[in-house]
Write a protein that binds this ligand. Structure first.
Ligand code: FAD
Length: 398
């Protein structure tokens, strides 16, 4: 059975999580005909911890979604405690760029809130659809996607534009032939698990030699406990212990002994998950008939916990650029070239800091980079807060 074939949509988006659902919501609010496909069902989790930096919280607020995220039970985090070298410093999160909190909602809840907002704005969401490649016309221009549903029935969807929001291993990027324009060494691992049964006092960050660990309080009184290390250390711990849970426990013990001690009184409610080797790369952002957003276009180590915020920023930059093309206000190469340029300019400072942190310099240098990161995030949050909100007139119905 073909679900739909030559019906041409304005935009076909592959991937319905933070990048794809946000782009779909904004494009639909701007009045465009958008269809989103994802092989997953929702609500569902993905491999990711989920602290949203100020820059990402600003986007949720501007798009009218922050109240829904807080109402879902994600605690408003107003205090961050930094532990290093036996000392602890607590700071209240200042009110800047319109927000005075950060938040760490579980992905199965966050992604569903954004996907629901996209549907409310008019985007057509088709789940359980796996895309196998892009379709091209005789001149090589991308004109749609091919794939299949869970039963294996073929699906074809035509679009003036295909957006790959399908994550790091993006099928759209590979099928469209998107080049990697910047590749940096991949050096870091990030692992996490959920714990319940003890109180959490805001976000906590623990810096030690060759590691960065922490606490992100989340839904249902639980916290996401995570540890980032060089890949070699994570892999060696797994080999030594033969168990991901025991390896995680040993890495935490080494990185944050106080936290490991507190966790003896808590209950682990999930298996240990994560990624042992995280690429740092930027891909070409567009070509004839296609564009990339989110991890599909730019992937970085999770040590800076900025991927969700990157996805939100770039979804808005891309939606604004495509809106100009679709409404006849700009040539494709001008508008999408501008998207690529804005994306690359916006990501560069935090990408640099991320790659330097992911090399795990000595503790004083790591702390200095954290300060630079905090200033860079504030700068980005202020720049985003100053932008006009795409489709703002429809916010009342968000
Ligand atoms: C261990 C770890 C910890 C992290 N911690 C944080 C953090 O604390 N804060 C933060 O901001 N970021 C964090 N990140 C980064 C963040 O998870 C990503 O940047 C973010 O998920 C990117 O969103 P996305 O929508 O681009 O892609 P994804 O979340 O990867 O979603 C892609 C979607 O595309 C779908 N898809 C893929 N291929 C196909 C196909 N062929 N057909 C149909 N559908 C397809 C998938 O099913 C998926 O739903 C972390 C990442 C990792 C790995």
């Amino acid at each position: 059975m073909h679900i739909s074939n030559r019906s041409r949509h304005d935009v076909v988006i592959v991937g319905a999580r933070v990048a794809g659902a946000a782009a779909a919501m904004l494009l639909a609010r701007l009045g465009h005909d958008v269809v989103v496909v994802d092989q997953a069902s929702f609500p569902s989790d993905t491999i990711s911890t989920h602290a949203i930096a100020r820059s990402g919280v600003v986007q949720l607020r501007r798009w009218g979604l922050l109240d829904a995220v807080l109402a879902s039970g994600a605690p408003a985090i107003r205090q961050v405690t930094f532990h290093a070298g036996g000392e602890s410093v607590s700071r209240t999160i200042k009110h800047k760029a319109g927000v005075g909190l950060v938040v760490a909602p579980r992905r199965y809840i966050l992604d569903t809130i954004i996907a629901a907002a996209a549907q409310r704005a008019g985007a057509d969401m088709r789940l359980g659809v796996t895309v196998t490649g892009v379709q091209r016309d005789s001149r090589g221009r991308v004109i749609g996607i091919s794939g299949h549903d869970r039963a294996g029935a073929p699906i074809e969807l035509g679009g003036r534009y295909v957006i790959g929001a399908d994550g790091l291993s993006s099928r759209v990027a590979r099928s469209a032939g998107a080049a990697i324009t910047q590749g940096r060494p991949a050096g870091g691992a990030a692992q996490y698990a959920y714990y319940a049964g003890i109180p959490w006092a805001g976000m906590e960050l623990f810096v030690a030699e060759r590691s960065f660990a922490g606490v992100f309080p989340t839904h249902h009184g639980q916290a996401c406990i995570w540890v980032c290390t060089p890949s070699a250390d994570a892999t060696a711990a797994r080999r030594r212990t033969g168990s991901r849970e025991e390896a995680f426990r040993q890495l935490l013990e080494r990185s944050a002994p106080q936290l490991a001690e507190r966790l003896r009184h808590a209950r682990r409610t999930s298996p240990v998950r994560g990624m042992l080797r995280q690429p740092n790369q930027v891909r070409q952002a567009f070509g004839p008939g296609w564009a990339l957003v989110g991890d599909a276009g730019y992937h970085r180590d999770a040590v800076t916990a900025h991927g969700i915020s990157d996805a939100f920023r770039d979804a808005e930059l891309l939606a604004s650029a495509l809106d100009q093309v679709l409404s006849g206000g700009a040539e494709e190469s001008t508008a999408l070239g501008c998207y690529q340029q804005q994306r690359d300019q916006a990501l560069m400072e935090i990408f640099d800091i991320t790659c330097r942190l992911a090399a795990y310099p000595a503790v004083p240098a790591f702390i200095e980079l954290q300060k630079q990161l905090s200033a860079a995030i504030d700068k980005q949050a202020a720049a985003l807060a100053a932008r006009p909100v795409p489709g703002e007139c429809l916010l009342a119905t968000a």
